[in-house]
Design a protein around this ligand. Structure first.
Ligand SMILES: Nc1ncnc2c1ncn2[C@@H]1O[C@H](COP(=O)(O)OP(=O)(O)OP(=O)(O)O)[C@@H](O)[C@H]1O
Ligand SMILES: [Mg+2]
Length: 475
């Protein structure tokens, strides 16, 4: 099977085939080794026998017409009844025994040029396999032949049938093939069962994915049991679903909150415009006041929409992370805040501090803090801004925040009851928190003992951060 066809099979089929192939190799490998060991053991025994036989024939003389060989043999014929012996001279001429025990059914073993070279003394003895044909019944016998030098320019060839060995090996081949075939079939069945068991968690995972795709229901979870790789995959999948679920509901919440917040100023704008339309003869001053109102509300709406866009884009907008002089960013924000809140005195104590971040987003966050401080400071009061040791603090001397409100100040759209009369939408500190979290920094609201509010931004020192998260730096 080609690699491409194998890869295009289902995972289960691949697992089954691989398991079957592994088992087949585990059976066939040792089977082949056993087969060749037994074969060489049996042939080795036969060869040793032939060699011993050949050494017992001693040539006494050759007949004058070079047809027969006289040999001196021990008291018992060393050959088995089915064995063969013959001699070959250096011309390739075959000579038979002229011994008293010579049998008359001797057949010629075929001779080769190597046999002649052995007779000549140019090559040493060797074994080979051959077939002898029986002239009487036209059968062929598979024999093992040993050829070695017999002296006097002759080579002796002794042969014994190897049919016993052949049938033993044939039987062995059948048995081993049968075992291997059974093993492969068993391996295929077991491999399939194994693959089904192993892939059951993947099927469950796929079921969950299908369910989410079809229904969009992110509350579905895959059952996780155990600590293996697939269980870990399932729990990662569950975590991913939970994160998606959280993100989706926070987006839904944002949309719901935003629509709610937009509705009030829009209704107010609409009322004012309707009054203006219905009463063309309104006094000029009254008309101007209402138009100013509408303008202010529209401005507030634009600010709200801009804040919402900032919040909704959140982390999606790629930040330009670089080494930033926090004191310089703060100085720029203070300059603008001082223009916006001329009645408030902004006092700065800025020391060189480098942080790793996006200067533009940082300035937005600091401006929001300064804006709150300016908004809540009584006229003529001071706002102290300090940058030092990777920390920025903004401290005002306004009414402060009620301790029970502290946990909520960073929530979207949250405003203290006292703030409802002032312009704003309650998104300023939510944006601060988002920017700060994207920088791996922290923001806290504190209540100094002598009144007012203190907001504190704490950054991770630039070297440690750059080393800890090099990917952020690359981005
Ligand atoms: N310096 C502060 N002094 C007193 N209260 C504050 C101060 N900063 C924030 N708050 C309280 O926290 C609330 C949330 O602040 P946030 O900046 O998120 O909203 P906002 O200032 O009301 O509106 P926005 O910033 O969107 O214009 C404020 O409405 C206010 O009640
Ligand atoms: Mg604000």
């Amino acid at each position: 099977m080609s690699v491409i066809r194998f890869v295009s099979l289902s995972f289960q089929a691949r697992l089954t085939l691989l398991a079957a192939a592994a088992v087949a190799m585990a059976i066939i490998g040792p089977g082949l080794v056993i087969y060749y060991l037994i074969e060489s053991f049996l042939i080795g025994g036969l060869d040793a026998n032939l060699q011993a036989l050949a050494s017992r024939y001693h040539v006494v003389g050759v007949s004058p017409n070079a047809t027969y060989v006289q040999v001196d043999l021990g008291p018992v014929s060393p050959l088995s009844p089915s064995g063969y012996v013959q001699f070959v001279d250096a011309q390739g001429q075959v000579l038979h025994l002229a011994d008293v025990r010579q049998r008359d059914d001797f057949l010629d073993l075929s001779t080769t040029s190597l046999d002649v070279r052995v007779a000549d003394g140019q090559a040493s003895g060797y074994f080979r396999d051959a077939y002898v044909s029986n002239a009487h019944d036209h059968t062929r016998t598979h024999v093992r032949v040993f050829t070695s030098s017999a002296g006097d320019g002759l080579a002796i060839q002794v042969a014994e049938p190897r049919e016993d060995i052949d049938s033993t090996l044939g039987y062995l081949r059948v048995v081993l093939t049968f075992i291997a075939a059974c093993g492969v079939v068993l391996a295929l069945i077991l491999g399939r069962l194994l693959a089904q068991v192993a892939l059951a968690p993947i099927q469950r995972l796929r079921g969950a994915v299908d369910h989410v795709t079809q229904t969009g229901d992110m509350t579905q979870r895959v059952p996780v049991g155990g600590k293996d790789e697939l269980s870990r995959l399932a729990s990662h999948f569950n975590r991913m679903l939970a994160a998606l679920d959280r993100s989706l509901s926070s987006q839904r919440q944002l949309v719901a909150d935003a629509s709610h917040e937009l509705r009030t100023p829009l209704a107010s704008v609409r009322t004012n415009v309707e009054v203006l339309k219905r009463s063309p003869d309104l006094p000029h001053q009254e008309r101007e006041r209402m138009l100013d109102d509408v303008l202010a509300q529209v401005q507030q709406l634009s600010q709200l929409v801009q804040d919402l866009i900032d919040l909704a884009r959140g982390d999606q907008v790629p930040m330009v992370f670089e080494e930033v002089r926090l004191d310089w960013v703060a100085a720029a924000a203070i300059e603008r805040a001082a223009r916006n809140w001329p009645a408030v005195r902004f006092q700065s104590d800025l020391h060189e501090t480098v942080v790793f971040g996006d200067a533009h987003r940082l300035e937005r966050a600091i401006s929001n803090l300064l804006d709150n401080a300016g908004k809540w400071s009584p006229a003529g009061e001071t706002v102290e801004v300090r940058v030092m040791d990777h920390e920025l603090t903004v401290r005002d001397h306004g009414p402060g925040i009620a301790p029970e409100d502290l946990p909520h100040v960073f929530d979207r759209f949250w405003r203290a009851p006292a703030a409802r009369g002032l312009p704003g939408s309650g998104l300023g500190l939510a944006i601060v928190r988002q920017v700060v979290e994207a920088h791996g920094a922290t923001v806290t609201a504190e209540l100094p003992p002598d009144g007012g509010t203190l907001m504190r931004l704490r950054f991770v020192p630039v070297v440690a951060r750059a080393l800890a998260t090099p990917r952020t730096r690359a981005s």
